[in-house]
Structures are given as C-alpha cells and as structure tokens.
Design a protein around this ligand. Structure first.
Ligand code: PLP
Length: 413
C-alpha cells in the first residue's frame, strides 16, 4: 500500500488530498494510518524467529495518532530523549517496551528516565555508565555498542565507526568491569549503525557481532540491532527486502538460541514505518518567472518551506512532488519549487518537471512521513503546520496548527 493518484487526484487513504487541504488548510502534514500499520505488520511478519520486539523509533515521527496505531499493534518505543519517553508513557506504551538511547545524557536525565519513569537506559559511553552506576547500582542496563563500522545514505546518518555514538569494541571490557563494580546487570546489547540502509548484509554483520558478545554475558535478555531500514525516496531507488531481512536475521538468532538459550531480538525502525505514509501538502502562492543575463527560471513559490523539509537541503533528500488535482497531467514545465523563507537556500525541489501550475494549486511532497515534522523549526517565526491522520477513510486532526501565541509562549516580555 502506498499513497498514489487515482485519475487526476491524489488520495490519502480514501480521502482526496485536495479535500484535506481545503478542510484543514495548508501547509499540512497528512498521514495514512493504514500504511503505518501495514509497514509495521510487514516487518513483524518477515521474521520466522518468534521472540521479536519492534521498538518504533519515534524520533522519526512522534505524532500521537501514529504512535497510538503502533501501540495497539504491540510495538514498543526507541526513545532518544526523556520527553519522548514521557510521551510514550502518556500514550500507554508499557514501560518494559520502551528503551531510552540518548547521546550526551546528563545525570538529571537518567534520574528522571530511570528513577522516576522506570525505563531501561541504553548506555552510550563509559562516562554515562559510570555515572549511571553511581546513581542506580544493582539495576539493569543495556549497552550501545559501536561495532566500528557504519552505513547510511549520508554521512550525517552514519552512526557506526568513528562517530560520537556508543561504546567501541576496544572499550567494552572496561565497560563490563564498571558494570561489575556497580553490580549492574547487562540485559541488552544494542547497535544502530546508520539510516537509509537498503541491504541486509549490515544487519547480518551487526547481529553476528552482538550475538557473539552475548555469549559471554550470562544475564543477557536481548540483542537490539537498531533501525535504519531505508525506503525508496526517488524514482529508481531500490527497496529494502523485508522478507530476506527477516529470514537471514531469524536464522542467525535461532542458531544462537539452540546453543546458548533463548534471546529476544529487538529492532528499531523509524523511517521504514512512517516514511511512505506521509505527505506534506503546500499551496502554490505565486508562479514567478525570473530572467537574468539571458537565462530564465520559473519559481513555484509555496506556503511551506525547508522549515518543514529540512533534510532536502541538509542531506539532499529528494521528495517527489505531485500536484494533487493534476496528478496525471503532463509534466512539461521545469521549475524550482521554493518556500516562503527569507533565504535563497529555501529550495524544496530543484529543476523538476511539473504540470503547468497556477496560484492555488496544492502540491504534495511525497514520502515525507519521517524526519519532517519532527525536525521542523520556526525560522522567520513561521508556525508549524497541522497534522492529520487518515484511517479507514476518515481524517482526524492529530495536532493543531501552531499559533502566534505558541511562538511567544516562552518569551519574557
Ligand atoms: C538509536 C537509533 N535507533 C533507531 C533509529 C531509527 O532510524 P531509522 O528511522 O532510519 O529507521 C535511529 C535514528 O537515528 C537511532 O539513532
């Protein structure tokens, strides 16, 4: 299941994207809940190994409607901040299915997450481990291992290797000594090597490595091989082969279990679950032709900006653009689609062939369900868009549009 056009119109579930723009205004994030559920189930079904837990990486999209769908399907949460932990608890995720994997974690954050919220901490460094041990001796922890290699679609999303993440293999012995000193029980080994991975091999490599380490940890309960499963973003991109992934990883864990006893397998997908389930809808405000020194360019200016799709400029992420009521019109004009910020770099899509566009046309930026709202900002004091979730043919507002009063709420005037 994907978001696609029927005739001239783009549909989200059974609702026309143009109707969503009309009812809820633009810019607007719209998610198809059935696709979220379908992606989760596809991953879950791919494993022949039975003891698997999917912790949804909610940094990708923490919309409460999306999270509630995943909670009802039995997912847990990979949380990267105390606030993500708290939101997950508020939405009813069981504490034992939430893990906090932070970076640069403070004592205060650990006191809150472990001490007050009772959630497992996945320790990212020797310093954090020592500080954790002093605060919470005799408790359980997980350790984030940096296996010394990374993968990803961009250097910014490659987390294994010479990066700030995890405890390197050469420091693992030291980590275990510290754990012993504070009588900490290492119940989990974790590794997330990067994002936008389209092949199974990196996961097989990580799984083997973690299982090999697990053999020497008597109290071990799970290995967590992270997220990072990619999605096709632009025409011609390959797909992540879920079935092969599930089969290969299942075989490795089954093999281990036969010799060393049962162990839970955890994965932490974000983008794979929500990426293709969301679009950003934006309205064309102006079509502006500019000529300079013999060259000419056509700018389509929309009421959104890179505030809402920051990865288009930060990491060169390609968002396919569809005119929601001209979905099958010939793409005969080359345009740059730009936003409403005072910044020349506010380019959402460059040199794209589009149908002839007019003021008032609504554009959908496709595959925009992951790392879009959750990475958005208020530059130029622009309020963030609203978010709607379409499920079973009905659209529900799951986050209202920001107001000026939200933007000034923290000011001391
Ligand atoms: C620790 C951890 N787990 C899981 C993920 C999810 O990655 P993705 O959305 O690419 O699946 C991330 C992303 O940054 C992460 O840092």
């Amino acid at each position: 299941m994907v978001i696609e056009a029927r005739g001239s119109y783009l549909y989200i579930g059974d609702v026309r994207a143009s109707d969503l723009a009309e009812s809820f205004g633009t810019p607007l994030f719209a998610y198809d809940g059935d696709i979220v559920a379908g992606n989760y189930s596809k991953l879950a079904r791919s494993f022949t190994y039975r003891d698997v837990e999917i912790l949804y990486s909610c940094k990708a999209n923490s919309n409460p409607g999306v999270l509630s769908i995943l909670r009802d399907l039995g997912a847990g949460v990979d949380a990267s901040s105390p606030q993500e932990v708290l939101l997950s608890i508020m939405l009813g995720f069981p504490r034992e299915k939430i893990m906090f994997t932070g970076s640069g974690v403070t004592d205060e954050e650990m006191k809150y997450v472990r001490g007050e919220l009772g959630v497992l901490v996945n320790v990212d460094s020797i310093s954090q481990l020592r500080r954790y041990g002093r605060l919470f001796p005799d408790t359980e922890i997980s350790i984030r291992v940096n296996p010394g290699f990374g993968y990803g679609y961009h250097e910014f999303t490659t987390t294994g290797g010479l990066t700030k993440f995890g405890i390197g293999l050469d420091s693992l012995g030291r980590a275990l000594e510290i754990a012993r000193e504070y009588r900490l029980k290492v119940i989990g080994l974790h590794s997330h090597v990067g994002s936008g991975i389209l092949t199974v091999e990196p996961y097989a490599r990580v799984t083997k490595l973690l299982l090999n380490l697990a053999k020497n940890l008597p109290g071990i309960e799970f290995v967590d091989i992270g997220g990072g499963m990619g999605i096709p973003q632009k025409p011609g991109d390959g797909e992540f082969n879920c079935v092969e992934f599930g089969r290969v990883i299942s075989e490795l864990v089954e093999e281990y279990s036969k010799s060393f006893g049962g162990i839970k397998l955890r994965i932490e997908p974000g983008r794979f679950i929500v990426g293709n389930a969301g679009v950003l809808l934006a309205k064309v405000v102006e079509v502006k032709e500019v000529s300079e020194g013999g060259s000419r360019k056509l700018f389509v200016m929309v009421d959104s900006s890179v505030n809402h799709l920051i990865r288009s400029v930060l990491m060169d992420v390609y968002y396919e653009v569809v005119a929601v009521s001209k979905a099958n019109s010939p793409r005969e004009v080359e345009v740059d689609i730009v936003g409403n910020l005072c910044m020349t770099g506010d380019v959402l899509a460059k040199a794209r062939k589009m149908p002839r566009l007019e003021e008032g046309d609504v554009l959908a930026f496709m595959n925009a369900g992951a790392y879009t709202y959750s990475t958005s900002s208020n530059y130029n004091m622009r309020p963030r868009p609203a978010e709607v979730l379409v499920c079973g043919g009905r659209a529900k507002l799951t986050r209202r549009r920001e107001r000026f009063s939200d933007l000034i709420a923290t000011l001391e005037i």
